[in-house]
Write a protein that binds this ligand. Sequence first.
Ligand SMILES: [Zn+2]
Length: 50
Amino acid sequence: MRLRTRKAANRAKAPQLALCPQCGAHVLSHRVCPACGFYKGKQVVTVKTA
Ligand SMILES: [Zn+2]
């Protein structure tokens, strides 16, 4: 029964990378940019700039 264990492990291995139009960082598509907090042209989260 060991074969079943890894059934889902290989799925969705590579995340969809996109470029943040705001800061140009690589971000996961359909995710808020962790660097600047922008998503779809709006700042949706506040990122602390140390
Ligand atoms: Zn960004």
